[in-house]
Design a protein around this ligand. Structure first.
Ligand SMILES: [Zn+2]
Length: 362
């Protein structure tokens, strides 16, 4: 067994301000990598700017990271970073900016590769990266403690994890940034964390180390699951629990990777613009129903506080609703995943087309 999570994590209210010296210690010139809106609304961008300013660290802001960032966008940001002699990055936001900061960091450290960004990010040549700090503002991706970066490849009409593994050096986790997220956004990102926990638990690479994180994460997630079905807004304690579960889920998939629901979700997100968590979550009931080791499925349901699988299925349907996937897209999605050993390797059994077909409830 192997345990390796080299990220220093502070998970507490006000942690960006409290740990600004550690943030500033990552380098001499920073680039803040973020999206266009939410980090401005929830206060995270202002906190990071303030922390760097107080520590007298010159910084530039790249705030053009789109949802499901493309290779073209990260290449553009890397050019700006090189021009400004940036030597560390702060990813602020959901999975998109944090993942993007990992890819930008690699390209900025290897500026001769920017012109061939896709080949560099998906190639086998080992490439160094500059240090990264991550400030998550959703309780979903866990990217602040994982080495993964998923980027959109327009020419392939899907999203794909880059070849290189880059852990952030520092994660500053403040659940206060979740307060302004929409109900829909909260549901989708929380379901993403739930999927990470389930797909890490039921995984070829699963062992006692990742299950240490998944058991705790599933218990916590289960303790606040009713928040997503009720009318009233979550309180601070409930948001903290979701954030805590999301970080634990990230630590879990750092060991195991994800499995089939993630693998088949990417074309659904690319072609139909279904948010990541929702695109993954709709396949969870089918994944659990058909999983060969039902004893392990029962363990998951018990940890989440569901009496039986049917209760889990109706809960997921209630919070996510249905997604209409055109038959042609679904058939192609199945063909592609079943022909891709890299996407099947984390699934411990043989997966037939008939079984996979039942994951999508028409
Ligand atoms: Zn995910």
């Amino acid at each position: 067994m192997k345990l390796y999570i080299p990220t220093l994590v502070y998970s507490e209210s006000g942690c960006v301000k409290a740990h600004r010296k550690e943030l500033a210690g990552l380098g001499t010139r920073a680039m803040i990598v973020t999206g266009g809106h939410s980090s401005k609304r929830n206060g995270s961008l202002a906190d990071v700017v303030d922390a760097l300013t107080k520590e007298k660290i010159p910084h530039v802001i790249f705030d053009e990271i789109e949802e499901n960032p493309s290779v073209e966008t990260v290449a553009r940001a890397a050019k700006m970073a090189v021009k400004n002699q940036v030597d560390f990055f702060v990813g602020v936001g959901g999975g998109s900016p944090m993942d993007a900061s990992k890819a930008i960091s690699i390209l900025a450290k290897n500026p001769e590769k920017i012109g061939e960004a896709q080949a560099a990010l998906y190639g086998t040549e080992k490439l160094e990266a500059y240090p990264i700090a991550a400030v998550p503002t959703t309780s979903g991706t866990g990217s602040e403690v994982t080495p993964y970066a998923i980027l959109t490849l327009h020419e392939k009409h899907t999203k794909k994890s880059m070849a290189h593994h880059v852990f952030p050096q520092l994660a500053l986790v403040d659940a206060g940034y979740l307060k302004t997220i929409s109900k829909e956004g909260l549901i989708s990102t929380c379901v993403d964390a739930l999927a990470h926990l389930i797909e890490s638990y039921l995984n070829t690479n699963s062992n006692e180390y990742n299950r240490m994180y998944t058991r705790e994460g599933l218990c916590i997630w289960g303790s606040v699951k009713d928040v997503l079905t009720r009318e009233s807004a979550p309180n601070t304690d409930e948001l903290e629990e979701f954030m805590h579960a999301s970080v634990l889920a990230g630590m879990a998939i750092s060991h195991t990777g994800t499995s089939i629901p993630h693998g088949i979700s990417y074309p659904v997100t690319y072609e139909l613009q279904v948010p990541h968590g929702k695109a993954v979550g709709i396949f969870l009931p089918g994944f659990l129903t058909n999983y060969e080791n039902q004893e392990e499925v029962k363990q998951i349901l018990r940890l989440l506080g569901f009496a039986k699988l049917a209760d889990f299925t109706s809960y997921i349907e209630k919070i996510l609703g249905k997604v209409d996937i055109p038959e042609e897209l679904w058939q192609k999605d199945m063909t592609d995943i079943l022909a891709n050993p890299a996407k099947l390797k984390n699934y411990p059994f043989t997966l037939s087309r008939e079984t996979l077909d039942t994951y999508y409830e028409r």
